[in-house]
Write a protein of this length. Structure first.
Lengths: 170, 414
C-alpha cells in the first residue's frame, strides 16, 4: 500500500473513527455521514485530492441494515492516487450533507442519487430530478423498485389493457 | 384565436427554476428560451434552457435524461456476460472502449489474466475507435460553423474504421468483441492488411483537415478565446480527457495508470495552455495522430498466441474442444446458462475514452449477476461545465461550445 494512503487511513481512523478495508489494491474508508464534509475538505486541502471522480450509491435492501452505501472516489493528480470513501446511510428516506461546496461536480452526481435512490443532500443548491421526468414517482435504482413488468399490448387486447394501464395523470 | 394564448410562464414553472435564473428574468427583462431537445446542433437529445439578454447568454441550464435507457438497472438483472451487450449502447461512439472498461473491471474482480495478443488487439481497436470518435466530433463541430466538406470527409474516413470493426466482429458499431478474459475470437487474416492500409491512408487526410481548418480565419474567429476554461475550474468540475489537456494539465490515464499494456507504447499527450475551443480542437487533432502511432506500434509488436484466458471458470472453452472434451462441454453449458460467480466485493476501473475518464464501479455479491454497476461517464461530468463556459457568449457560440465539450447523450443519460 502506498505511504500517503496509509497516512490518510490512519489520519481518518484517528479523526473520524473510520473503518478501513482493502480489496483488490483499492483502499477505502467507511465513515459516518456527519464526517463526510470535513473528510472531503481534508482530502482536498491537506492531501491534494483535487478531483471527485465519482459519487454513487448501492442499495443493500433487504439484506443489510444500513440500507444505502454512498460511495465516493477521490483522485489526486499530483500523487496519482485514487481513494475511496463509503458512507452507510440508514432508513428509507436518508439524508446527508452535500459536497457541492467542496467539489463543484458533486452537483449532478447528487441530483442523480436523489433521482435514482431518493437520498437527500442537505445544502444542495438545486436538488431536482436529473434523469427521470420531473413528475416521476419512486426512485428506480432502489432494489425494491421493479424492473419492467409492463403488460405488452397486442392488437387483439390493446384496448383491454389500455383501460387498466397507469398513465401520468394531468 | 391568437389573443387567447398566454405566452408568460406559469407560476409553477417559474418556482421550479427561480433559483437558477437571474433576478432580471423574474422581472421580464431577459428572455427565457428553450433550445432542444430536438435541435440539430445539440448533438443528440440535449435540452438547454437559456436566459438571454439580446443574443448574449446570461444563464444556461442543461436538462438531460431524454436518452435514459436504464442500463445500470438493466445490468443488475442480467448475468455478467449478457450485461456486457448493454455496455455498447452507452457511449455509442466508443463502443470498444466501453467493452474494455467493463471487461477490465470484471477481470480485476475475478483476477483473470489476459494474454498479450488479446491486449495488443484491444489497444489497436480502442485506438481506432478513438480516431473514429474524434472524426465524428470533428465533422459535427465543423458542421456547426458551416464547414460542410469536413463533415463528409470525416465520415468517409470513419467508414474505413467501421469496416475494420465489422471485419473482426461482424458489427459496425455494437461489437461486443472484447470479452472478459480476452476477445470473442482471434482477428481474421485480413485484419493486419486492413489496418496497415488505414495507417498509410489516414495521416494525409488529417493534414487535409488541418489545411481546411487550423489556419482558417473564419474557424479561428469562431473558436479562439471562446469558452475559456481555466485549469483550476476544470479540476473543480472534475473535467477529464481532451478538455482538461486543453487547459494545460497533461493528464491521461493511459500514461498515469496504464492498462492493457499502454506502458509499452511511445506516444505523446498533447497539451495546450489556452483552454479555449481552439485549444481543444488542436488537442483532439493531435490525439488522432498519436492514436495512429499507437496503432502502428501495437500492430508491429502484436505477438502470436491465444486470445482468451485459460481460466475455464470464467472464460468459455473454444468451440473446437466441445466435440472432444466432456469437461469443456460442462463448462460451456454452465457459463452460458448460469454464468459465473465472481467473488463478492467492489472494484473501480477507469480507461481513457475519447472524452475522458470512463470509469466502471462494479459490485458483486457473489452471485451470477452484478449487484450494482455504475458508469462514471466522461460526458456526464464534462457537460456540467457548459453553464460556466457559455456565460456571456452569443447563442451562435453556444452551438460551438456544445460541440467542443464533445458530449454523447447516450453517455450522459445511460
Amino acid at each position: 500500500m502506498n505511504d500517503l494512503i496509509q497516512t490518510i487511513l490512519t489520519e481518518f481512523q484517528k479523526r473520524f473513527g473510520a473503518d478501513v478495508y482493502e480489496f483488490r489494491d483499492e483502499s477505502s474508508a467507511i465513515i459516518s455521514f456527519e464526517n463526510i464534509l470535513p473528510a472531503a475538505r481534508a482530502l482536498r486541502d491537506e492531501f491534494a485530492f483535487n478531483l471527485l471522480t465519482e459519487e454513487t450509491a448501492v442499495d443493500y435492501w433487504p439484506k443489510q441494515e444500513p440500507r444505502f452505501h454512498v460511495v465516493y472516489r477521490f483522485r489526486s493528480l499530483d500523487h496519482n492516487l485514487i481513494f475511496g470513501v463509503r458512507v452507510p446511510l440508514n432508513g428509507n428516506a436518508p439524508s446527508m450533507p452535500s459536497l457541492v461546496d467542496v467539489y463543484a461536480n458533486a452537483n449532478w452526481f447528487e441530483r442523480e442519487l436523489w433521482d435514482m435512490f431518493g437520498i437527500r443532500f442537505e445544502g444542495h443548491p438545486d436538488l431536482r430530478r436529473l434523469i427521470m421526468p420531473y413528475d416521476w414517482e419512486g426512485h428506480p435504482q432502489r432494489k425494491d423498485y421493479p424492473l419492467g413488468y409492463e403488460e405488452v399490448q397486442f392488437t387483439f387486447n390493446f384496448d383491454e389493457i389500455d383501460l387498466r394501464k397507469p398513465y401520468a395523470q394531468e | 384565436m391568437t389573443e387567447n394564448i398566454d405566452y408568460t410562464l406559469s407560476p409553477v414553472d417559474l418556482d421550479e427554476i427561480k433559483h437558477l435564473v437571474s433576478e432580471r428574468a423574474i422581472q421580464g427583462e431577459t428572455v427565457l428560451l428553450n433550445m432542444g431537445p430536438q435541435h440539430p446542433s445539440t448533438h443528440g437529445v440535449l435540452r438547454l434552457l437559456l436566459e438571454l439578454d439580446g443574443e448574449q447568454v446570461i444563464n444556461c441550464i442543461p436538462d438531460v435524461g431524454f436518452l435514459h435507457t436504464g442500463i445500470e438497472k438493466n445490468m443488475e438483472a442480467k448475468t455478467y456476460i449478457k450485461a456486457e451487450v448493454m455496455t455498447d449502447r452507452l457511449d455509442y461512439l466508443n463502443t470498444v472502449g466501453n467493452n474494455l472498461a467493463y471487461c477490465l473491471a470484471l477481470e480485476k474482480l475475478c483476477e483473470l489474466d489476459v494474454p498479450p495478443r488479446a491486449q495488443s488487439i484491444r489497444v489497436i481497436l480502442t485506438e481506432l475507435q478513438r480516431i473514429a470518435s474524434h472524426l465524428i466530433w470533428l465533422g459535427t463541430h465543423a458542421l456547426d460553423v458551416a464547414a460542410m466538406s469536413i463533415f463528409l470527409y470525416c465520415f468517409r474516413e470513419r467508414e474505413m474504421i467501421m469496416d475494420i470493426l465489422e471485419l473482426v466482429s461482424g458489427q459496425r458499431m455494437m461489437t461486443t468483441y472484447i470479452r472478459p478474459g480476452g476477445l470473442w475470437r482471434d482477428v481474421p487474416v485480413e485484419f493486419e492488411e486492413a489496418v496497415r492500409k488505414f495507417i498509410v491512408y489516414f495521416p494525409p487526410r488529417v493534414d487535409e483537415y488541418e489545411d481546411l481548418l487550423t489556419k482558417n480565419p473564419l474557424f479561428m474567429d469562431r473558436t479562439k478565446r471562446i469558452g475559456v476554461l481555466p485549469a483550476e475550474v476544470a479540476l473543480q468540475y472534475g473535467i477529464t480527457g481532451p478538455m482538461l489537456r486543453a487547459s494545460g494539465i497533461a493528464y491521461d490515464l493511459r500514461k498515469t495508470e496504464p492498462y492493457s499494456g499502454y506502458e509499452q507504447y511511445d506516444f505523446q499527450v498533447p497539451t495546450f495552455m489556452e483552454g479555449d475551443t481552439y485549444a481543444r480542437y488542436l488537442v483532439r487533432i493531435q490525439e488522432m495522430r498519436e492514436a495512429l502511432k499507437i496503432v502502428e506500434q501495437a500492430l508491429n509488436r502484436m505477438p502470436l498466441g491465444p486470445v482468451r484466458s485459460n481460466n475455464r471458470k470464467y472464460v468459455p472453452p473454444p468451440r473446437s474442444e466441445l466435440g472432444t472434451s466432456m469437461e469443456a462441454l460442462i463448462h460451456h453449458f454452465k457459463l452460458w446458462t448460469e454464468g459465473f460467480n465472481p467473488p463478492s466485493g467492489s472494484v473501480y476501473t477507469a480507461v481513457e475514452s475519447p472524452r475522458g475518464e470512463l470509469g466502471v464501479y462494479l459490485e458483486s455479491d457473489g452471485g451470477p449477476k452484478p449487484y450494482r454497476v455504475h458508469w462514471r461517464t466522461p460526458s456526464f461530468t464534462n457537460l456540467q461545465v457548459l453553464p460556466y463556459i457559455s456565460k456571456g457568449h452569443l447563442v451562435a457560440d453556444l452551438v460551438m461550445l456544445i460541440g467542443t465539450v464533445d458530449i454523447v447523450l447516450g453517455d450522459v443519460d445511460r
